[in-house]
Design a protein around this ligand. Structure first.
Ligand code: PMP
Length: 416
């Protein structure tokens, strides 16, 4: 009998039978509050009726057009629609299927557009598991172990992770920018840098927001040296952080935006967006793929954008995020195990430490207790010592409070 490969690591033992809104039901009919949302994907909730209807209609009309063979209306409409939510001037797009693929595509695009080779990433960042994306990923060596040699030309700079550094946010930013400048003198000449890749909130690396001043500092350096600033909005985009884009509060305009996850409510779709001036330097035909811009995924993305707008999900993420944060802070204040609560919007986390050191075992105990108690959660962070909450953006106050009650009990269980 065949079984799933042990290369996969299961975070919960749940076998899902169906999903509805913020809930998952297992095969025995047990209901779970889902604060994982498919790793930040099902922002409109499981099986939102609008998304389901759009996908069903599209399935019966045209499933696969293959967008470099022929175009189709959902793809054209989505492109137009994304133009309305992307930063001004970032108005040339193409599509692939996953975050990793989009990151790979952005790396190739940046290299072609600049004629330069190097990429700078920040320690703790996660950009994906395929070879190029894994080469940009330093959230944990398990992603890179045993698969090298990796793609060359990747330089790793420190991230202003204030809590871990034991610094104020302002000091952490000053430190990280100083180290960045040092790298330009000692490791890679700026004229060899094609792009800097950054997540507006470090995701798998521990849910650490990039301070506005840090993004602004990187923008200044990109302008001064002619390299591209690529924001990986795969996890932070589409309202997750309480603004439409994670980088928005900083006021910077990036050169390339990478999106996936929340874009299509669970249908595989990712998009790479950049100004005409950048895209025009790429080689025609150098990007694409069989399934990119799948018609059903595009129809689901259009419905997702409708739902985000009409149901005010960006505002809801900000309001519910605040409610959740306050509750998490209360739980943390009463627990010696939780040293920091942070994040933005509905991308929030609690960091577990013992004697100031990361405590992955305690985080795992709390996460597993929560799952047993009916609340699906995931860990993140290099030591797995951060428990994150990424509910769907449709979550309501009652569900947030219910999750907090389970969390409080689960942290107590983890401490016993
Ligand atoms: N970038 C970021 C910021 C991510 O969070 C992820 C997935 N967690 C990826 C890229 C990779 O996306 P995928 O798993 O769809 O390849």
């Amino acid at each position: 009998m065949a079984e799933l490969s042990p290369v996969l690591k299961q975070a919960t033992p749940v076998v899902a039978a169906r999903g509805e809104g913020a809930h998952i039901y297992d095969e025995d009919g047990r209901r779970y509050l889902d604060f994982t949302a498919g790793i930040g994907v099902t922002s409109t909730g499981h099986c939102h009726p609008r998304v389901v209807a759009a996908a069903q209609e599209q399935v019966a009309t045209l499933v696969h057009g293959q967008y470099t063979t022929l175009l189709h209306r959902p793809l054209l409409k989505l492109t137009e629609r994304l133009g309305g939510v992307l930063p001004a001037g970032i108005d040339r797009l193409f599509y692939v299927n996953s975050g990793s693929e989009a990151v790979e595509a952005a790396l190739r695009l940046a290299r072609q557009a600049t004629g330069r080779q190097n990429a700078v990433v920040f320690q703790g960042s996660f950009h994906g598991r395929t070879m190029g994306a894994a080469s940009l990923t330093t959230s944990g060596t398990k992603i890179r172990a045993g698969i090298g040699p990796l793609v060359p030309g990747v330089v790793v700079a420190p991230f202003p992770y204030a809590y871990r550094l034991g610094m104020s946010e302002a000091d952490a930013v000053a430190y990280a920018l100083r180290e960045f400048d040092e790298l330009l003198i000692t490791v890679t000449s700026p004229q060899d840098i094609a792009a800097v890749f950054i997540e507006p909130v470090l995701g798998e690396g521990g849910y650490v927001p990039a301070p506005d001043a840090f993004l602004q500092g990187l923008r200044e350096r990109a302008d001064a040296h002619g390299f591209l600033l690529v924001v990986d909005e795969v996890q932070t985009g589409f309202g997750r952080t309480g603004t439409f884009w994670g980088h928005e509060p900083s006021g910077i305009v990036p050169d390339i935006v990478i999106t996936a996850k929340g874009l299509a409510s669970g249908f595989p779709l990712s998009a790479i967006a950049a100004p005409e001036a950048v895209m025009a330097k790429a080689w025609p035909g150098s990007q694409g793929g069989t399934y990119g811009g799948n018609a059903v995924s595009c129809a689901a993305a259009l419905a997702t954008l409708d739902v985000i707008e009409e149901e005010g999900l960006v505002d809801n993420a900000a309001r519910m995020g605040e409610r959740l944060r306050q509750g998490l802070e209360k739980v943390a204040a009463a627990s010696p195990l939780i040293g920091d609560v942070r994040g933005r919007g509905l991308m929030l986390a609690s960091e577990f430490t013992t004697d100031g050191r990361p405590d992955g075992a305690a985080a795992l105990r709390a996460q597993q207790a929560a799952v047993r108690n009916g609340l699906l959660l995931l860990t993140c962070g290099p030591a797995g010592n951060v428990v994150r909450m990424i509910p769907p953006l449709i979550v309501d106050g009652e569900q947030v409070d219910a999750a907090l009650a389970v969390w409080e009990a689960s942290v107590a269980e983890a401490s016993a």
